[in-house]
Ligand binder design. Structure first.
Ligand SMILES: Nc1nc2c(c(=O)[nH]1)N[C@H]1C(S)=C(S)[C@@H](COP(=O)(O)O)O[C@H]1N2
Ligand SMILES: [Mo]
Length: 401
């Protein structure tokens, strides 16, 4: 929590105007196969979005860009140029830092309008390493298939976020006693008349957590336009649907939030259902469950018979620290070695396992993460109609030869 790596001023006032040039469609690159059951599974990649390396194109406008799984081999931090991008609606492609204001209103003692400097001065500067994961990550792998963006597992990434505590920003306005929720809006607006704006709210007790931020920094750089310049909400351990980008409004609510993206979408069945179920009660998608991925090998890869084999990957505890990761096959399991705790409870953590000798094919192997609260990845997909919060054990087969 020092200011040595970069100053608030350099990030906020010094960031000036951030702008986004339109990517050239002609620059579409190689294809990637996301392995989606039943297809179509191939997606083009493009390096053409500003500040982005090669990304998988799910949609151009507004952009939905997925990270190729190879990105997760490098370490627990996802570089800014490879972090996935998701917008529900179009957003301004230019934002002037000096003119930006964050309105803090609703159930507060004094409604206020803050400049970026005001926000930066609201409290102590805080850094949190946390996984940004779309609630729909891996949705495209659902069987039976579901509607929505057909993401593979690359709608996730881990970054170091820098900002001030949301509770310190709220304190500037003074939250009233019977406040229940805090709602956020950004500068993006619906494409069609009458469509709901993307606004999201969190319970007050979550908003008051010490690690919930109004952030301006991502891996020691100012947020880019694509990631929500100049400010975004960060709720470590919760799906990033709540991490509202281009933050312009903070609204304190005394009642329930009846807005579309809280009351009607981003919800899943309160109890497990079958694809035939109708009229079931739903609850909002909130905290993330544990997940683990093999990154050293991909499905169908050949491994050398009779030779030692090292498998490696990343895992996450979700809303609590990771406790253990096991390599699981059909009827057997082997504990994995956890790498050092580099980023804390909300970050990716590396795991590895050394197998002394490959004796044959590894059919349908996977890794299973468990967090300190005892949450563990299920064997079977907990199917839901929007494919939210996927955390079934992901399986691959390795062929020995
Ligand atoms: N203003 C705004 N913020 C938003 C969204 C949006 O559509 N508008 N999408 C949310 C969703 S659903 C996700 S998954 C994350 C994605 O963050 P990223 O694009 O920085 O990876 O942003 C969240 N914040
Ligand atoms: Mo999302």
């Amino acid at each position: 929590m020092t200011e040595s790596s970069f100053t608030r001023r350099a990030l906020i006032a010094g960031a000036g105007t951030a702008a986004l040039a339109a990517p050239a469609l002609a620059k579409l690159g190689g294809m990637i196969d996301l392995g989606l059951p039943g297809g179509p599974s191939l997606r083009p990649t493009t390096p053409a979005f500003p500040g982005k390396g090669a990304m998988i194109v799910q949609r151009i406008r507004p952009p939905l860009l997925e990270s190729p799984m190879e990105v997760f081999r490098e370490g627990i931090i996802t570089p800014n140029d490879r972090m996935f991008v998701r917008w529900n609606w179009p957003f301004p492609t230019e934002v002037k830092a000096a003119e930006h204001r964050v309105a803090v209103g609703g159930a507060v003692k004094n409604a206020i309008s803050l400049t970026l400097d005001d926000v930066a001065a609201a409290g102590e500067m805080v850094e949190v390493v946390a996984i940004n994961q779309c609630a729909g990550n891996g949705r495209g792998l659902s069987e039976p298939r579901v509607t929505g963006t057909q993401w593979g597992n690359g709608a996730m990434g881990c970054a170091k976020w820098t900002g001030v505590r949301l509770k310190d920003v709220l304190a500037k306005a003074g939250v009233v006693e019977d406040a229940k929720r805090v709602r956020f809006a950004g500068l993006d607006v619906p494409l069609t008349d009458g469509a709901p704006q993307f606004i999201k709210s969190i319970p007050l007790e979550i908003a008051m957590r010490d690690d919930v931020l109004v952030a301006w920094g991502m891996n020691d750089e100012p947020l880019s336009i694509l990631h929500g310049f100049p400010l975004r909400i960060v709720v470590p351990g919760w799906f990033s649907t709540y991490w509202v980008k281009m933050l312009s409004t903070i609204e304190v609510l005394t009642g329930e939030d009846e807005s579309h993206y809280v009351a009607e979408t981003y919800r899943f069945p309160a109890q497990p259902i079958t694809p035939e179920s109708k009229d079931f009660p739903t609850v909002p998608i909130t905290a993330m469950p544990p997940r683990a991925f093999i990154t050293s090998h991909s499905d169908g890869e050949m491994v050398a018979l009779g030779k030692p084999l090292v498998l490696e990957g990343i895992a996450m505890g979700g809303d609590a620290a990771l406790e253990r990761v096991d390599l699981v096959g059909k009827g057997w399991e082997i504990p994995c070695d956890l790498g050092p705790d580099e980023g804390g409870p909300y970050a990716f953590r590396r795991w590895s396992v050394n197998l002394p000798q490959v004796a044959g094919d590894f059919a349908d192997i996977g890794v299973r993460a468990r967090n300190v609260n005892g949450a563990v990845q299920p064997e079977q997909l907990v199917w839901n109609p929007s494919g939210y919060a996927r955390n079934v054990i992901e399986r691959i087969t390795l062929r020995a030869q």
